[in-house]
Design a binder for this molecule. Structure first.
Ligand SMILES: [Fe+2]
Ligand SMILES: [Fe+2]
Length: 137
């Protein structure tokens, strides 16, 4: 069972962004599956997915931020700050995991799942009307 599933409520009505969000959801589910298989302590395969998640998410944020700058989205600064906090947190999880400080637990997975769904269904969806009105969809 995936820990998080794509729902219509996540759609920001911009197809490129929706597919990037779906890919992030896939990576979180992949991490969750590996963890549940009892591989929570297996460094290599997990840290590979964590790395992919960190890199892909950072690139996704860049895609959004470029649209904000291009169309002068009013809430750019606050949105970017939220991205920065999320990236820092994922990098922290990755570093703690790699240094052996923590193992991946359901708490970590819940945290990732929650920030993703909250960010998409709140902060991200807030730009839909603005960007759609600029012809981005
Ligand atoms: Fe996003
Ligand atoms: Fe965002």
């Amino acid at each position: 069972m995936p820990i998080i599933q794509w729902k219509e409520i996540f759609s920001v009505n911009i197809s490129k962004i929706d597919s990037q969000h779906k890919k992030i959801i896939d990576l979180i589910n992949e991490l969750h599956d590996k963890m549940k298989e009892g591989k929570g302590k297996e460094k290599e395969s997990l840290s590979q997915i964590l790395n992919e998640l960190a890199v892909y998410t950072a690139n996704h944020f860049k895609t959004e931020e470029e649209l904000f700058y291009k169309y002068k989205y009013p809430n750019t600064e606050a949105h970017i700050l939220e991205h920065k906090k999320l990236v820092d947190k994922v990098l922290q999880i990755k570093a703690d995991f790699e240094s052996g400080k923590v193992v991946l637990t359901l708490d970590v997975m819940d945290f990732l799942k929650d920030w993703l769904s909250n960010h998409i269904s709140g902060t991200d969806k807030a730009y839909t009307a603005f960007l759609n009105a600029k012809g981005v969809n």
